[in-house]
Design a protein around this ligand. Sequence first.
Ligand code: FPP
Length: 238
Amino acid sequence: MKPAHVAIIMDGNGRWAEARGLPRRAGHRAGVEALRKAVRNAGELGISWLTVYAFSSENWSRPPSEVNDLMGLLRLFIRRDLAELHQNGVRVRIVGDRDNLQPDIKALLEEAENLTAGNTGMNLVIAFNYGSRDEILRAARAALKDIEAGRTGLDALTPERFGAYLDTAGIPDPDLIIRTSGEQRLSNFLLWQAAYAEFVFLPCLWPDFSRDDLAAAIATFSERERRFGGVTAREAAL
Ligand code: FPP
């Protein structure tokens, strides 16, 4: 089966630039190009949900100039690509903590969500200033607040109800998580949501991520046997 929701950790921009003797900024710029293509390819390959990790809550520890570059690229991506995404029926959602973002970035994120809210094509979820532990903690605080105020009971807090407090409320869990650049870790990405995700780690650096890489990852996923903690129909019959 094809994955309905593919999430990508776009890693390796820095190494891509370094290998060419270019500044890291050039790697991130090439990374945005790869992102544009990935959105288009995911749509064409019939993926309904695509989530990309664009800026983690830990990325603030990078040098200020690099943080500025990444903020600038998000601005550029939304300003330049929003109209086209909208035209193609893409619905954009942002996950992550917006509180400490610059006001103009907050406004752009809201604009992207509001403009595309009624679209019924592919869903593009941008994880920006996102970290799972932060997300889970914010959700736990919100849930406790509701419990304290008597709006809900402690026993009513099931995994499903808790999920509704997360930034990803209403977004299905990822079926497939891809990470480029050879690293094999989640780096605080979708920890709750990845409970039953399949992982595909690719050696290529993010700017080199091609349509063939995406198609191959989807094919690998299709060969996997997902059991969600149970047994397969074949095993159950034994
Ligand atoms: C990892 O490369 C990538 C990121 C830190 C963020 C991903 C960002 C983009 C694809 C471009 C920005 C897009 C938007 C919409 C803001 P790295 O710098 O960690 O690479 P390295 O591990 O080789 O140094």
